[in-house]
Every structure is written in structure tokens, then in C-alpha cells.
Design a protein around this ligand. Sequence first.
Ligand SMILES: Nc1ncnc2c1ncn2[C@@H]1O[C@H](COP(=O)(O)OP(=O)(O)OP(=O)(O)O)[C@@H](O)[C@H]1O
Ligand SMILES: [Mg+2]
Length: 245
Amino acid sequence: MIEVDDLALTYPGGNDIPETQVIDGIDLNVEAGKSVAVIGPSGCGKSSLLYILAGLMKPTAGQVTIAEEPVNRPRPDVALILQDTGLLPWKTVWQNAIFGLTLKGPMSLKQSKRALKELGLKGMEHRYPSQLSGGEKKRVGLARALAQNAQVLLMDEPLAALDTLTKEHTQNLILALWKKHEFTLVLVTHDIEEAVFFGQRIVALSKRPASIVDEIDNPDVGEEAYRQSSEFFRKVRQIRALLTS
Ligand SMILES: Nc1ncnc2c1ncn2[C@@H]1O[C@H](COP(=O)(O)OP(=O)(O)OP(=O)(O)O)[C@@H](O)[C@H]1O
Ligand SMILES: [Mg+2]
């Protein structure tokens, strides 16, 4: 589904900013419907990698294909949820949820309504982002992705700013949606537990320029009560050891 082939990125610099090599030869394949968590230190190039996958930025070398098409621009079936929520403050929940959709007839309207309901936002359609909690804002962003029936969901530290319980609740919700809708999930995070919770494969990046240091299989993702299991904590310890070695 997603194929990343020998990807490299250097920001050109200028105006006293030096040229910065950010990604150095990343190869990555993600099958349709699977999940991958990409973990690495702050500033290593994780967000940059997602922008390239989303078609918002061109790599310096290498190529990304999604569904066998080279990625050169954003695609309607690929949704990106950013580090901040990316909601437009002057639009309501409903307008944000349908933003970018070409509402061709009752089908996509219905889909948008269903997405808001699935995310527990029914009754909040007319609020503005400033009238929502942090967790609710994240859920509007997710509703937008579901409304557009995304086949690929790219998430950049989506839950970093939330308190522990809201974060766990939203993580459970995203996992349930992933199981139900079977989209392909690529999540970028520096939170080890979040990576183990979501990633059927966990890809560990080096510090900048990012290259892959290791890939760990994590087949129990999505199983009932995985978060409470000893296997979960074993994986967390394994990744921590890897990242600190
Ligand atoms: N437009 C730019 N020009 C030059 N350097 C940049 C530019 N954008 C980002 N960088 C640098 O590239 C590196 C990678 O940035 P990126 O945002 O991809 O890191 P990250 O892994 O997502 O970090 P974090 O975990 O803190 O979000 C950083 O060192 C950053 O300073
Ligand atoms: Mg980032």
C-alpha cells in the first residue's frame, strides 16, 4: 500500500539557516490495513517524513508510492492529523469536519454525520474550536479523516498535549476505528507506550539525519486489554532499551 524507497531529505537553508540533512535513506513498506508506529528522538525528522508521505513536501531523493501511484501532491484518500489539531478557528465543528470534502450528494453528508456520531461529537456541530476541549478538538480532526473515507491515516503526535486519561480514551477510540474501518495507519510519536499501543510494527529512527535503526514486530496490537498485559510492558522495555542504547 505505502512504499517508501531510499528516501532522503535535505532542507536547503538560507537566511542564516544552514543546510540541514534530515532524512538519510529510509526504506519502508506498509501493507494495506496495517499499522506502523515510527518512533525517534525530537528533531530527527519524523514530521518531515509524514509531510512527504502526505504529498505536502518533495523529498530530495527517493520515492514514495501509495496504492501504486507516486505521491507528488496530497491525495483525497490520505488524511494527515497534525501535531496541533489543524482545525480552522473560524469554522464550526461541522464545517471543520466537512472541510475539503466535495459534498457530492447525500452519501458524503451522511458519512460526515456518521463520523461525528462515531466520535461522540453529536450535538456539538455548531460549536467553534475555541468552545471545545483539547480531546474534542482531536476528535473533530479524526472525524474529518473518517468523513473523507481515508484509506490511509497519517498521525503526527496527535495526542501529545492531552492529559493521561483523555489520551488513553482517545487512543482506544482511534484503535477501535482502525479495527472497524481497516485503514492503513502510520503514527509518528516520541511516546514509547503510544508506539507499542498502535504499531503492529515499530520503526525506530536514529537522531538526525533519520535512518532506521531497528524494526520490531508487535503482533498483539488490537488485542483485548493489550495495554494491561505483561507482553505490552515487555515491548515497552525493549524499545526503551533500544532508544537509549
Ligand atoms: N523548513 C526547514 N528548514 C530547515 N530546517 C528545518 C525545516 N523544518 C524543520 N527543520 C529541521 O529539521 C529537523 C527535523 O524536523 P522535524 O519537524 O521533521 O522533526 P521531528 O522528528 O518531527 O521532531 P519533534 O519530535 O520535535 O516533532 C529539525 O532539526 C528541524 O529543526
Ligand atoms: Mg514532529
